[in-house]
Design a protein around this ligand. Sequence first.
Ligand SMILES: Cc1ncc(COP(=O)(O)O)c(C=O)c1O
Length: 396
Amino acid sequence: MLNPRLNDLIDYPFDRLRALLDGHASQANVEPLAFSIGAPRHAPPAMVAEILAAESAGWGQYPPIDGTPEFIDAVSGWLSRRFNLPPGFVNGAAHVLAASGTREVLFMAGMLCVPETKNGKSPAVLIPNPFYQVYSGSALMNGAEAVFLPTGRETNFLPDLDSLTNDVLDRTVVFFLCTPSNPQGAVADLAYLKKAVELARAHDFLLAVDECYTEIYDRDPPPGALQACAELGGGFENVLVFHSLSKRSSVPGLRSGFVAGDPNLIAPLRRLRTFSAATVPRPVMAASAALWRDDEHVHVYRELYRANFQAADEILDGRYGYYRPPAGFFLWLDVGDGVEAALTLWRKAGLRVLPGEYLARQVDGVNPGRPFIRVALVHDLETTREGLARLRTVLG
Ligand SMILES: Cc1ncc(COP(=O)(O)O)c(C=O)c1O
C-alpha cells in the first residue's frame, strides 16, 4: 500500500540525533543546551502579535492561494529594494507566490519539474553535499536520481559549476542551490549565480535557489539569483528563488515564505498548490506583509548574530578549522569525527550539536560531512558563550 520510494528516504537529521543521544544520559550537572536546531531563538518582533490580533476576522475566511495583493506588493518591494532590481522588474503576482514557509515549495519543485525521462535518460536533480534534506526528499519522492555535488573547502563550500559534465547537465531537471548555504554559510557571488543561470537556460532545467538565509549576513548583503537575471539582461527564465521569514524575522512558527521568478513556472506551481498546499492564513499574510516592509528589525537581529560570532572568534580562537562565515548562523567545525564529538559533547557537557554526516550523503565511499559538527548560534549572547565554552572545554 505504501509508496516504496518512502523506503529510500533517510531519516531526518533530528530524528537521527535523538536516536544517537537519547539512550545516553548526560553526565553533566548542567542545564542541557540545544545548539543543534537551526531555528532562531530571538523573540519575534512585537508587531507580529499585534497584527495577528488586529486581523483576527481573517481567521474566518479561506485565504487566496496566491497571497493577498498587499502581501505580493510588500514582497515585490522587498525583492526590488534588497536586490537592487530595476523598477517594475518584479511584476507582482505573475512573479511571486506566497508559501507556508519555503520547505513545502522546495519539495514541490520536484513535483513541478521531474518528468519520466529527459533527453531519453533518467532525470537527475543536482544537490550540494551537505545540504538541506528537503532537496533529496523532493528528488526521491518525485522519481529523480539525486546527484550529490561536493562542496568542501576546496570548492569554497559551493558546487563547482565547471565540474558538471554535459552528460549530467543534459538529464538535469532541477538544480538546488543554497546561498548563503546551510550548513557552511558560503555565499555565491554574482558571477557564480550568472553562470548557474546560464547553465540552467542552456540545458533547460530549473535553477531552484534557496536564499532563506540571505538576510543573516556579517558584512555584505549576499547577492541573489534574481539580481543575476537582471544583470544578464533577460527575464527570470528557468529561475525560482525561495525566501522565508523564519530566519529573517525570527518567526519560524509563523510558516511564511514565498517563491519568486519565472512566470512560466510560477503559474503551474500556483495550480499545483491549489490541489496540494496549505494556504497562508489572512492574518499571517497581513503580519508577513508588514515584516517584509520593515528592515529595521532585521538589522537588530543581524547585530545579535554578529555578537554571537564575535564570541565564537574569541572562544574558539581558530580551533577545529573555525572560520567566521560571511552569512548564516552556523558554525561548521572540523572535529575529526562528528558523531563521536556530538555524543561526547552531550554526555560530558549537556550540549546538543548536529553531526555533519547527518546532513550529507556518502558518495564513492566517503561522507563529506563526517569530520564536522554543525553548531547553531541562535541563542542570546550569554547562552551562546556558555555553549561555546562547554564545547571548548570538552573538545580541548
Ligand atoms: C536551507 C534551508 N532552506 C529552507 C528551510 C525551510 O525554512 P522554512 O520552511 O521555515 O521557510 C530551512 C530551515 O531550516 C533551511 O535551513
